[in-house]
Write a protein that binds this ligand. Structure first.
Ligand SMILES: O=P(O)(O)O[C@H]1O[C@H](CO)[C@@H](O)[C@H]1O
Ligand SMILES: Nc1nc2[nH]cnc2c(=O)[nH]1
Length: 197
């Protein structure tokens, strides 16, 4: 089963609605999920067009109490308090890294931490500096809620992000992250890493 795009919290859907497709997949017997996302690169070593295999996340909306699992827990899916310390399956990450090595594209594929913000506004310079200090390598506005719901119902997760823009961490610039840039960075020729997927 393959999804073409997703809906986001900032489009006005409550978090649980953005993750309904994951539960539908589970109900029809899907056991493993591969999640992709567009992100801004916080890690200064990342270039536009690079891929980051997600090894962990920072759930910013979760910090303020927004979660797709809010409300009465449905035990048919999973427990009230699901663990998240091994959210991104080690074996799947290792298999992906083996493929990356075989293909000789290690320079443009990294492994790092994804941070989810609510959006839809992009981040200020101060916010980006804070996220970097917290240990995040790439920032986006999705993915984490899907991962939380997938792990809650026992699915294995592999997730990766395309670095569509470099985060602006400097106050002395007039540069702005533009959504048109994000779109153009993943249209046209597929990036070198696509065969790995
Ligand atoms: O995560 P996906 O859906 O790839 O989209 C990413 O790109 C959009 C911003 O350009 C945000 O929605 C961000 O999360
Ligand atoms: N929050 C956020 N989401 C993104 N999605 C693609 N690029 C970005 C970015 O720079 N910030």
């Amino acid at each position: 089963m393959c999804m073409k795009g997703r809906v986001h919290r900032y489009e006005g859907y409550p978090m649980w609605k953005t993750t309904v497709p994951i539960r539908v997949m589970r109900l029809v017997g899907v056991s493993d999920v591969i999640i992709s996302t567009a992100t801004g690169g916080l890690n200064r070593g990342y270039k536009i067009g690079d891929v980051m295999i997600i090894k962990d996340h920072i759930n910013m909306p979760g910090f303020s109490g927004d979660s797709p699992l809010i409300g009465k827990n449905d035990e048919r899916f999973g427990p009230r308090f699901p663990g998240m310390s091994n959210a991104y399956d080690k074996q799947l990450r290792q298999e992906a890294k083996n493929v990356v090595k075989e293909m000789g594209i290690e320079e443009s594929v990294h492994e790092g931490v994804y941070v989810m913000l609510g959006g839809p506004s992009y981040e200020t310079v101060a916010e980006l500096r804070l996220l970097r200090l917290l240990g995040a390598d790439a920032v986006g506005m999705s993915t984490v809620a899907e991962v939380v719901v997938a792990r809650h119902c026992g699915m294995r997760v592999f997730a990766f992000s395309l670095i569509t823009n470099k985060c602006i961490m400097d106050w002395d610039t007039d540069d702005e992250p533009l959504h048109t840039e994000m779109l153009s960075s993943h249209s046209g020729e597929p990036p070198d890493q696509m065969p790995a997927v």
